[in-house]
Design a protein around this ligand. Structure first.
Ligand SMILES: NC(=O)c1ccc[n+]([C@@H]2O[C@H](COP(=O)([O-])OP(=O)(O)OC[C@H]3O[C@@H](n4cnc5c(N)ncnc54)[C@H](O)[C@@H]3O)[C@@H](O)[C@H]2O)c1
Length: 254
């Protein structure tokens, strides 16, 4: 088992992506602290992930809003109190909270801009600030942030693309600041079959199915397998990287 004895904190674990990551980590022997803003989704994840725990591994689930500093810090603190350490942090929370996924720049409201920035960046900041000191002290830690292939720019996506570019940039800075014992990497998913699909018209969905070289949408398990690699010791010589898990769409800035 690749994560035996490790403690992982996964946010947004009530959703398909976070649940898949936490499940995959449980299968590999990790103990888990999972968080989500939705009590019902979190309870479902808790029940299904518990079945996958191995050996003496344990799971703690805690409801909370990861954008709110006190609530995010309470989640991370709960992990430290329960297990005495956090080895692996996977920040899943993020996305677009507004009803419409795409909004042309000219009509973009300041409220939406602020919300998108907070949603995609604040959980990373709040959680890292609590778990990183222990990682530095123990000289071990792996952090995975979730960006998006949109970080390289996408029509109608000024707020989200900028926020996800900031996540990629934050990953680089964290990798530099926290080296040499903590690996910080970032996954840039393409379109993954999660709640985002429910917001697409059939035409838009068909477009996204055809766009990648591999001619399909991504699955939450595709992200989970990448996160597992980045949180295992198999990736111990990899840090500050942005890994596109996108079926062959290669985003780049510059
Ligand atoms: N799904 C995609 O196609 C896709 C593509 C690129 C990037 N991403 C990124 O992947 C991540 C997951 O997105 P998703 O849309 O697939 O999500 P998802 O459908 O997997 O679920 C997200 C979960 O986060 C929870 N959540 C929402 N706000 C929260 C908060 N403030 N505090 C705590 N929990 C909260 C929700 O209740 C939900 O259970 C995001 O960072 C998103 O930007 C997704």
């Amino acid at each position: 088992m690749r994560l035996q004895g490790r403690v992982a904190l996964v946010t947004g674990a009530g959703g398909p992506m976070g649940r898949a990551v936490a499940t995959r980590f449980a299968e590999e022997g990790a103990s888990l602290v999972i968080g989500d803003i939705s009590g019902s989704r979190l309870a479902e994840s808790e029940a299904s992930i518990t079945e996958n725990l191995k050996g003496g591994a344990r799971l703690v689930a805690m409801r909370g809003n990861s954008i709110v500093r006190e609530e995010a810090r309470a989640l991370a603190q709960n992990a430290l109190t329960t297990f005495g350490k956090v080895d692996l942090l996977v920040n899943i929370v993020g996305g677009i909270r507004a009803k419409t996924m795409f909004e042309p720049l000219v009509g973009l409201s300041e409220t939406r801009w602020d919300e998108t920035m907070a949603f995609n960046l604040k959980p990373n900041l709040h959680l890292s600030q609590v778990v990183v000191p222990g990682m530095l002290e123990r000289r071990y830690g792996k952090i995975v942030n979730i960006s998006s292939i949109n970080f390289a720019g996408e029509i109608g996506s000024a707020d989200y693309s900028a926020a996800k570019a900031a996540v990629a940039s934050l990953t680089r800075t964290m990798a530099i600041e926290l080296a040499p014992h903590i690996n910080v990497n970032c996954i840039a998913p393409g379109i993954i079959r999660t709640s985002v699909i429910d917001r697409m018209t059939p035409d838009v969905r068909a477009h996204y199915e055809q766009k990648p070289l591999l001619k399909r949408l991504g699955e939450a398990t595709d992200i989970a397998n990448a996160a597992l690699f980045l949180c295992s010791d198999e990736s111990s010589y990899i840090t500050g990287q942005i890994l596109a898990v996108s079926g062959g769409i290669w985003p780049a800035l510059g």
